[in-house]
Design a protein around this ligand. Structure first.
Ligand SMILES: *Cc1c(COP(=O)(O)O)cnc(C)c1O
Length: 238
């Protein structure tokens, strides 16, 4: 039975096995790249999955959780209060949702406009919190899919760094569809290095999902965002 606080044992075993596999993949990718596996944070992307799955992950030691829609993330974060979780907002964010997201997010990975920086700053100030922010980089030049063009990243990073209630953490990207992720993540690493040269504390590189986490770790990812490989295939939306 999956009553509150007592997630289903079968689900727990399934997620534990998936987690072991994902951790082994990260460790192997780190070994291949000569990197310390402790330098890569696993963010479990729990979108579409219930709060019970978040509790299962927390019980297995995964405290970094990713969501991409405020409508789903806000109630889940409220339901899981007290577990010591860090919520990472990784999806496209409209400015009218920024206030809500700033009230629970530990870090927003998808900052891609000056308007969004301003809205998150207002939300964080109002909530009397500090919120981490990463500039999302568009690697395919199509900003309608989210992300700022590489040439616009420096200005956005400066704006975040100047915001009193935001902490600039680094950059994030999603590999373009139908492209070599290694090549895309190498370009991202260059953008990340430029941001870090101007802002030495902005050390996060958020890249890599279930299908391409090895390529991301090879390119220096500090945060991989993994959903499907941990929790299974998401039920189709709608
Ligand atoms: C859904 C999502 C992920 C996780 O993707 P999987 O392929 O399920 O691992 C990572 N990053 C973002 C931005 C996402 O929306």
């Amino acid at each position: 039975m999956s009553g509150a606080g007592a997630p289903d044992a079968g689900r727990r075993a399934e997620v534990a096995a998936n987690l072991a596999e994902v951790r082994a993949r990260i460790a192997a990718a780190c070994a291949a790249a000569g990197r310390d596996p402790g330098a890569v944070t696993l963010v479990a992307v729990t979108k579409t999955w219930p709060a019970d799955d978040v509790r299962v992950l927390a019980g297995l030691g995964v405290l970094d959780v990713g969501e991409n829609r405020d409508q789903e993330a806000a109630p889940k974060a409220a339901a899981c209060e007290g577990l010591g979780l860090r919520w990472h907002f990784v999806g496209r964010l409209q400015t009218n949702k920024a206030r809500s997201v700033a009230s629970y997010a530990h870090a927003v990975h998808s900052v891609d406009t000056a308007r969004l920086v301003a809205a998150l700053q207002r939300g964080a100030e109002r909530a009397q919190r500090r919120v981490g922010a990463l500039v999302q980089v568009s690697l395919d030049g199509d900003t309608s899919r989210g992300g700022a063009l590489p040439e616009d990243v420096a200005v956005l990073a400066d704006l975040v760094a100047q915001a009193s209630h935001l902490d600039l953490r680094g950059v994030m990207a999603v590999a373009p569809l139908q492209a070599d992720p290694a090549e895309a993540f190498a370009r991202l690493a260059e953008v990340a290095a430029a941001v870090r040269a101007a802002h030495p504390h902005a050390s996060w590189l958020s890249a890599g999902m279930s299908a391409d986490l090895e390529a991301a770790v090879a390119a220096g990812a500090t945060h991989v965002r993994v959903g499907t490989a941990l929790l299974g295939r998401r039920p189709p939306l709608g």
